[in-house]
Ligand binder design. Structure first.
Ligand SMILES: O=C(O)CCC(=O)C(=O)O
Length: 294
């Protein structure tokens, strides 16, 4: 199957973009889950959230988008069809559509709290800020670590990427560079870029716009997947990730949310009423990378 990753056309699955490993077999055993997370840098858990809860969140978001007139008129709302050149609208935040009860029922699902409570051995909290996205045609997310956006609080912070619906890889889904979290060949990236804070350091967030360059220069293995409603992808702050490019005429709906131990410090930007990002870009990634010798 042909997919686009950044601006390169690739086959999926292939040696360039192989399949993510599912970890449902480890769900009953916390030590096995941590071991899998350590090996792969992520946990792909299929069907963790009830499918109907996610589909109801999807419908709620799409009805909101229809009201905002960003969907192509006279098309089935649940398909999320965009007009020619359709682009994202801003839906992320700690209020509004991202906090509609039907949406929160998926993003703060009891299955997620229960899983993190088992993993942490203590209660978990989720940032009130929810990164709810509708990704348009030809759009994608470049390769980055999440640390640069939210690294001021707990060292035990995890991203949960939740597709809102059945999302095939051609619609732009989350891809992970397996090994980036621990390979020696990524140590310099982790020790330089991986200590940045985009607000404090005034730097752009993406490390690389062309994700394949990363494996060509530093090793690791890009992995991707088709996702179903209810699947979740969990990864830490120093796992390099990106998304494939949306080649369809339908919006890709997803939300990335964060979980950490409730007793740990929380990055103040993402608390209720927090500032969010506030920095001004002073340095582009190319010049920063040149300075780091990367
Ligand atoms: O959904 C996307 O395109 C990007 C998601 C992401 O970067 C994240 O979950 O941290």
């Amino acid at each position: 199957m042909k997919v686009r990753f950044g601006f390169r056309d690739l086959e999926f699955p292939s040696s360039e973009l192989s399949s993510l490993r599912e970890s449902n077999d480890a769900l009953g055993d916390v030590a096995a889950l941590w071991q899998r997370k350590d090996e792969d840098g992520y946990l792909l858990l299929r069907g963790l959230i009830e499918r109907d809860t996610v589909l109801s969140a999807r419908e709620t978001v799409l009805r909101h988008m229809r009201e905002q007139q960003v969907l192509l008129p006279d098309t089935p709302v649940l398909e999320g069809v965009m007009p020619q050149g359709g682009r994202s609208i801003r839906m992320m935040g700690g209020t509004g559509i991202a906090h509609h009860p039907a949406v929160l029922a998926a993003l703060e699902n009891p299955a997620l709290f229960a899983l993190f409570e088992r993993l942490f051995g203590e209660p978990a909290l989720s940032f009130p800020f929810k990164w709810l996205r509708a990704i348009g045609n030809e759009e994608y997310t470049g390769a980055h670590f999440d640390y640069v956006y939210m690294g001021r609080g707990s060292s035990n912070l995890y991203t949960v990427w939740i597709p809102l619906g059945d999302v095939p890889i051609q619609q732009g889904t989350l891809a992970i560079c397996r090994g980036s979290h621990k390979l020696d060949s990524f140590a310099r990236i982790r020790d330089t870029y991986g200590r940045m804070d985009i607000d404090r350091d005034g730097i752009s967030g993406w490390f690389e716009r062309d994700p394949m360059q990363i494996v060509e220069r530093f090793g690791g293995q890009w992995q991707g997947a088709d996702y179903g409603a209810g699947d979740v992808m969990i990864f830490g702050m120093h796992t390099m990730h990106a998304s494939t490019t949306n080649l369809t005429t339908r919006f890709r709906l997803s939300c990335d949310v964060r979980y950490q131990p409730a007793g740990d410090p929380v990055d103040e930007r993402w608390k209720r009423g927090g500032s969010g990002h506030y920095g001004k870009m002073k340095r582009d990634m190319e010049s920063a990378r040149a300075q780091w010798g990367l």
